[in-house]
Design a protein around this ligand. Structure first.
Ligand SMILES: [Zn+2]
Ligand SMILES: [Zn+2]
Length: 282
């Protein structure tokens, strides 16, 4: 149990041994929050499995649950058939998130099509999310996440993320530190992190950032590449993370570590790294 004030710490847990094994991993590691991609191979859990998981999770020490999107990459595509498919998937993923008891659903912007533009992609994205949300008929808020950026991928910059959030009524933001670094924000120093957070504050507003993905990374700055690392093994390190954890405005915001897939002991070390800084920062 994390008794210090500050960001509420959680873990992205793999579900290849089942949903309840993922929950056990988060609980065993003392996490108050968890995130998961709730698919084994490509199959979503059944209604009964969702209900059993929801019950077990509510009885556990893991009080906050976030569901990450999986099958919705083409919400901004110019191809209407692909867009329709992604809308259908988004509606069912939102219903799945509700059935599992998720407090929010994390979504990437995806990419606009060749020959299109960010602005046109944004219009398609807005329409897709609006229609899918109405079709889903559940009240699970969407958190839009910044991505490593590059090419036609939307949401690499905070300016783009702010436009995506604004386009989706009721949406909030999730900031991933590894993605921001890959998109070119120099977060490895306290100063770089402060600048990034100040810009996020200005563009997104004080209460819009509801979730952090607290990831270290081995990708190069501005490389647009994803290469999550355990804390202490990547380029971001202590000063940067301490700066984020020390901010009063994020005292009730959840920070999820999305570690490289591996044994629970590696996750434990990453969590311990962050917890030490949380204790010092508060
Ligand atoms: Zn993500
Ligand atoms: Zn992330």
């Amino acid at each position: 149990m994390d008794l210090t004030l500050g960001v509420i710490l959680g873990l992205h847990c793999p579900v290849y041994r089942g949903l309840e094994a993922a929950l056990a991993r988060a609980a065993d590691l003392g996490c108050e929050a968890m995130q998961m991609l709730p698919y084994r191979r490509h199959d979503p859990p059944t209604t009964e499995e969702c209900a059993a998981f929801d019950k077990a999770r509510r009885a556990s020490s893991v009080k906050r649950l976030f569901i990450h999107s999986r099958f919705v990459p083409s919400l901004a595509s110019s191809d209407s058939a692909r867009r329709m498919r992604s809308m259908g998937h988004l509606a069912s993923e939102l219903r799945l998130a509700a059935a599992l008891g998720g407090e929010a659903y994390v979504l990437h912007g995806g990419a606009y099509s060749v020959g299109s533009s960010f602005d046109e992609g944004l219009r398609f994205f807005k329409e897709s999310v609006t229609r899918a949300t109405a079709e889903a008929g559940v009240k699970v808020p969407i958190y839009l996440e910044n991505v490593p950026g590059g090419g036609r991928r939307m949401g690499g910059t905070l300016e783009e993320l702010a436009k995506l959030v604004e386009a989706c009524p009721g949406a909030s933001a999730c900031l991933d530190t590894a993605h921001a670094w890959a998109a070119g924000y120099p977060l490895s120093t306290a100063e770089g992190m402060l600048k990034f957070l100040s810009l996020a504050h200005r563009l997104l507003g004080a209460d819009t950032v509801k979730l952090f993905h607290l990831n270290d990374t081995r990708a190069l700055l501005g490389s647009n590449r994803e290469n999550h690392a355990h804390w202490g093994k990547g380029f971001l390190g202590t000063e940067s993370l301490k700066t984020l954890l020390g901010r009063d405005e994020y005292a009730n915001v959840v920070g999820i570590i999305e570690p490289p897939l591996g044994p629970a002991e590696d996750d434990r070390a990453s969590l311990a790294f962050v917890r030490r800084l949380t204790a010092r920062a508060s």
